[in-house]
Design a protein around this ligand. Sequence first.
Ligand SMILES: NC(=O)c1ccc[n+]([C@@H]2O[C@H](COP(=O)([O-])OP(=O)(O)OC[C@H]3O[C@@H](n4cnc5c(N)ncnc54)[C@H](O)[C@@H]3O)[C@@H](O)[C@H]2O)c1
Length: 383
Amino acid sequence: MERRTIRIAMNGVTGRMGYRQHLVRSVLALREQGGLDLGDGTVLWPEPVLVGRREAALRAIAEQHGLEHVSTDLTAVLADPKVEVYFDAQVTAAREGAVRRAVAAGKHVYCEKPTALDFPSALELARLAAAAGVKHGVVQDKLFLPGLVKLRRLAESGFFGRVLSVRGEFGYWVFEGDRQPAQRPSWNYRAQDGGGIVADMFPHWDYLLHELFGRVRTVQALTRTHVGRRWDEEGRPYEATAEDAAYGIFELEGGAVAQINSSWAVRVHRDELVEIQVDGTHGSAVAGLRSCRIQPRGSTPRPVWDPDVPSAGSFRAQWQEVPDDGPVANGFKAQWELFLRHVVRDEPWRWDLVAGARGVQLASLGLRSCAEGRRLPVPEVVL
Ligand SMILES: NC(=O)c1ccc[n+]([C@@H]2O[C@H](COP(=O)([O-])OP(=O)(O)OC[C@H]3O[C@@H](n4cnc5c(N)ncnc54)[C@H](O)[C@@H]3O)[C@@H](O)[C@H]2O)c1
């Protein structure tokens, strides 16, 4: 086997997503499996260059994982011809500037969502990358979750017949930070720092709905900041200026209606932190991160509304589990593999900065729809 090294500048690896999902569970996991077998006698060996603002934190990570390259000088890293890919999982507000610089330096770029703070900037990034002729990608991890892979399989096999509705419930209680530390960074709750659950979650809903059930044609959202006071990483109280819940309705091309609640102020009484129910003329499914259950038309029970009679048996027991299709892979790693193959082998890839801009557009229109108290059309995004 011939080994081909690909050097990847990874910015934001001290963060929650950058460290755990992208560095450890994706890039280092690829190294642990001996590299990425390209199937032509070549193994791709990702060589991360950890980039960030705090050298000591980067060095600590590098040491822990036996990595060689760290830098606090993004300009120098981007000027290095050995670096082929720039990856960004910084706070959202820092992304656009860094991605612009990487594109200008001729690097292929892969980054977290949302790609920018506003739609014109997100579209501009896509245009710049296209003009520079670099490969570009945006994380759309939910598409690669085992439960949602099963849901896609059902949709593509025609299981649902005509899809009528999609209802999604996402969320969990994020601690305020006073008695117990918050599970999410404090910038998430400050609009001025690029926070808010709409910017965070609507990009996910956009690609999920788009790919599985049809392009989002209209959006109507109601947002709330349910918890107005939180405590930051240093234990200091601050005012939450960004919404922590969004109740959205999306009309899809093809006629289905999607209704998705996203909340960091909800306690979980579900099997998974995200659950998507799809009802179609021929069958229904409920999918989560890992599992997916179905109820086909032919075995749909006959519930009858009668408050005087206790329901016979459990409704949940009337659903059938879709079996796993082999070992469960990490969704982030699965997408990394495809992106790297796209970069070095030019294999097909569609989760690019245009798709990223679409997600940012939906978030912007969602917020506007709430501010204006009306449903808004969602234009198609074209370069
Ligand atoms: N795909 C997903 O499911 C998913 C989930 C959560 C977050 N995200 C996205 O990933 C990105 C990072 O989110 P996170 O939760 O890992 O955030 P985080 O706060 O844990 O990490 C942020 C990273 O950015 C760095 N950074 C750079 N400039 C900064 C600045 N000016 N202030 C503060 N930090 C700065 C930090 O050092 C850190 O490495 C966000 O854009 C977020 O939208 C994606």
